[in-house]
Design a protein around this ligand. Structure first.
Ligand code: IMP
Length: 192
């Protein structure tokens, strides 16, 4: 079965292709001229579905989309679905804003969330979700990864996602959990 990934991100393609390939599922990037749908959902799952449906309609292929972000307990789940748009500027600016908003907060618990949606041309869907729990550190540490990785501390590994090797991050991340879940569901879907 061939899928289109509702993203232009080659790193995401590799991560998805590595896991889904084991199930005989091929995956390709969305053509550059595909429309960018407005991500106006209220949840990660709704935004993933909006992106998957748009890619499926444009290509006529089954489409897979993800939506992810960081949810911080002491900030009522923010930045959440607004993680990429928390403020203008760079990832470093967004990390700085988050740390400013966390000043004086004792509860540092947070989690990365990832929703994945597969949209099929017959109108059916498969939805998956993955979570990875951590704590917001006081200062950024590490140059690996992207986004909020330098301030996301993982107790089990005693370091931030920014310090963790990409191999380990790709095993334990919210995205990895969601991709494995969707792969298992797809396996069943294909067998039926
Ligand atoms: P998207 O769903 O790939 O568009 O990601 C949304 C935003 O969430 C990103 O721009 C990052 O700010 C944040 N984010 C999602 N996943 C990660 C991650 O694995 N590490 C760091 N930040 C992430």
């Amino acid at each position: 079965m061939k899928f289109v990934l509702a993203s232009h991100n080659k790193k995401k393609l590799k991560e998805m292709a590595d896991i889904l390939g084991k199930f005989g599922i091929q995956i390709e990037l969305l053509p550059e001229n595909a429309p960018e749908p407005e991500e106006n959902g209220k949840t990660f799952a709704e935004n993933a579905r909006i992106k998957a449906v748009s890619a499926m309609k444009f290509t006529g292929l089954p489409a897979i989309a993800d939506d992810s972000g960081l949810c911080v307990d002491a900030l009522g789940g923010k930045p959440g679905i607004y993680s990429a748009r928390y403020c203008e500027g760079s990832d470093a600016d967004r990390n700085a804003l988050l740390l400013k908003n966390m000043q004086g907060k004792n509860n540092r618990k947070c989690y990365f969330a990832c929703a994945i949606c597969c949209a099929f041309p017959d109108g059916s869907f498969i939805d998956s979700f993955g979570k990875c729990e951590g704590e917001v550190l006081n200062n950024p540490k590490g140059d690996n990864g992207f986004g909020y990785d330098p301030i996301f501390y993982v107790r089990e590994h005693k370091c931030t996602f920014g310090e963790l090797s990409p191999q380990i991050k790709d095993e334990i991340s919210h995205r990895a959990v969601a991709i494995r879940d969707v792969a298992n569901k797809l396996k069943k879907y294909i067998q039926e």
